[in-house]
Design a protein around this ligand. Structure first.
Ligand SMILES: *Cc1c(COP(=O)(O)O)cnc(C)c1O
Length: 221
């Protein structure tokens, strides 16, 4: 508990006030989430639907649950009743299903579009053109039960800070382009989710306002 408090305080002190900390709790036992909660953390990130659904009823109702990992369309229904923000929307099909399940639950679900910025091969994430295409799609425009609230991206896993910095800068550039263009006047489009334990300092310098941190808070998984 004391060690966790030290880590939480350390990370919190480093974050500028405009940056939201999502504590990444995947693979961690419920007891640890309870400790984190008692230290004041309210935003928890999970990457597996089953795990989030197991933990959610065991924690206080004011926890904000963030889906940060790849989300399969057929799993949306399980998190739709309670999820706070889905960071990993990477297709029209997924967005449509989130909209459908949100409507069933009579709510509006906030989402981020996941953008592919890393050099590494990855199956997940949209490129800049696909983001524009998705936004301009008439089906997207008709969705009443989702709100697109920003972008999420993951940089290449490398010691080369310049590579990481450039990737984050490219995402920030797209974010600003959309904020001043497509989403101009839409206050809800305001989250740029980038930065993990190894690269959140760079991410914040490059304009992140939401970091997803696991290891730096809770130790190695
Ligand atoms: C696991 C994970 C994180 C946190 O990683 P750490 O290195 O432990 O901080 C952040 N974002 C996503 C999408 C993850 O899957």
């Amino acid at each position: 508990m004391e060690i966790l408090a030290e880590h939480v305080n350390y990370v919190m002190q480093e974050l500028p006030p405009h940056v939201t900390l999502v504590a990444v709790t995947k693979t961690r036992p419920v007891e640890l989430l309870e400790e984190a909660y008692s230290l004041g953390l309210r935003d928890f990130g999970e990457n597996r639907v089953q795990e989030m659904c197991d933990k959610q009823p065991l924690l206080p109702a004011d926890v904000r649950w963030h889906q940060i990992g790849h989300l399969q369309t057929n799993k949306v229904k399980y998190i739709a009743p309670f999820v706070h923000l889905i960071h990993s929307v990477d297709s029209l099909k997924l967005l449509a299903e989130i909209n459908r399940q949100a409507a069933k639950n009579e709510r509006v679900i906030d989402v981020l579009l996941q953008v592919y910025i890393a050099r590494e091969e990855s199956k997940f994430g949209l490129d800049d053109d696909e983001v524009i295409e998705l936004l301009n799609n008439h089906e997207t425009a008709a969705m009443q039960n989702i709100r697109i609230c920003g972008l999420m991206g993951m940089a290449t896993f490398t010691d080369n800070d310049l590579v990481v910095r450039n990737e984050f800068a490219s995402l920030k550039k797209l974010f600003e382009k959309l904020r001043n263009g497509f989403f101009s006047g839409h206050e809800e489009f305001r989250w740029l989710s980038m930065g993990m334990s190894g690269d959140y300092h760079i991410a914040i310098e490059e304009g992140s306002n939401m970091v997803r941190i696991g290891t730096a808070l809770f130790g190695e998984r």
